[in-house]
Write a protein that binds this ligand. Structure first.
Ligand SMILES: *Cc1c(COP(=O)(O)O)cnc(C)c1O
Length: 344
């Protein structure tokens, strides 16, 4: 095998969805934007639909079209970015439900696709997407008269349970949606874990399904094994990689492995990153290149055939930490060169 293998554990994915659904005790959707957080929206969606998920969310209409092809008719597919200019045909053809974010989007939607279902997204303080209280109060009665599928908002600080923003947004959501009949939704993964006050009628977890924080009890879903291309001995004082960034302080064995920043193993991981051979950790040395990473395997008893970056020993969030980023960015950045293997 010349490229790295990304193994995706279908039963862990399904277990994570079920366990968030048990926590929420309300309709539990699956967020599969960004190609299922990098793992493949079609395969993720198919597995979760088979487990009983009936509500899916994507960011853009084009993602919804691809997901509809994988899922067939039945599950609802909603779009966070709402109804953008030019999306009418995709929304109609793939039977997608835009989450309307503004008066302009609502006008566009009812003009382009009269009678086609839509949901509503409200801004409760994050200032990113959705209608603000003023805009909402003008539109509320007209929009609600058309039976929206969902009225939703999004939390800015849900991964910090003690953050006052959580209750502030919840109160704002309560005020903006008081007395309405439409189903309501406020929580993604973080909000689902904040407790029942945040669950309303539907929760929308994404990262937790894929084994990422803040769902600390998630089963790991992703394993990344990278083949060793070559191993060489390096004498004291010799250097490794671009800019001579690492110098051997002892006689060393260096393994060159087949993945790099073009595969989403970002250069900022630099020399803080570790990989594993079995349960032994081995450090990255020198710079991460586009297609290659060099690893000090001097302390291993045998030459490894491959090294593991993500797996039981090291979560996607640990790997993200090497680069000062979050698991979301590592997952969604995993490139197109991996062999993606689904395991049950
Ligand atoms: C991405 C997203 C989600 C899922 O968030 P996670 O933190 O991955 O669970 C839910 N709702 C909205 C509006 C989103 O943008």
């Amino acid at each position: 095998m010349s490229t790295a293998t990304l193994t995706i554990d279908r039963s862990a994915l399904v277990d994570n969805w079920r366990s968030l659904a048990r926590t929420a005790q309300v309709e539990t959707a699956a967020v599969v934007k960004a190609d299922g957080y990098g793992l493949g929206a079609g395969a993720v969606g198919t597995a979760l639909a088979a487990a009983g998920a009936r509500e899916f969310f994507v960011a853009a209409a084009s993602e919804g079209v691809a997901l509809r092809r994988a899922l067939g008719s039945g599950p609802r597919i909603s779009i966070f970015s709402g109804h953008m200019a030019g999306d009418g045909e995709a929304i109609r053809g793939a039977d997608l439900v835009p989450m309307i974010n503004s008066i302009d989007q609502l006008l566009r939607h009812v003009e382009t696709l009269p009678g086609h279902p839509f949901g509503l997204q409200l801004d409760t303080g994050m200032n990113r997407l959705g209608m603000e209280p003023g805009e909402w109060s003008t539109l509320r009665d007209i929009a609600l008269a058309q039976n929206p599928t969902l009225v939703m908002s999004h939390l800015a600080c849900a991964d910090e349970p003690g953050h006052p923003m959580n209750d502030q947004q919840r109160r704002s959501f309560d005020e903006m949606t008081a007395g309405i009949d439409a189903p309501r939704s406020l929580a993604a993964t973080g909000g689902t874990l904040l407790g029942s006050a945040f669950h309303y009628d539907l929760v929308r977890p994404g990262i937790g399904l894929y084994g990422g924080l803040p769902f600390v009890d998630a089963r790991p879903v992703v394993t990344l094994d990278i083949p060793v291309i070559q191993i060489r001995d390096v004498a004291v004082g010799e250097t490794v990689g671009y800019a001579n960034a690492w110098t051997a302080a002892r006689p060393s064995r260096i393994a060159t492995i087949s993945a790099g920043y073009a595969d989403g193993l970002i250069r900022a991981m630099g020399a803080r990153a570790k990989l594993h051979s079995g349960d032994r950790a081995v450090p990255v040395v020198g710079r991460v290149s586009m297609d290659l990473i060099t690893v000090d395997v001097t302390d291993l008893p045998e030459a490894p055939d491959s090294l593991q970056l993500i797996g039981l020993h090291q979560s996607v969030d640990t790997v993200a930490g090497f680069a000062g980023t979050i698991g979301y960015e590592i997952l969604t950045g995993l490139g197109g060169r991996y062999e993606r293997v689904w395991r049950d």
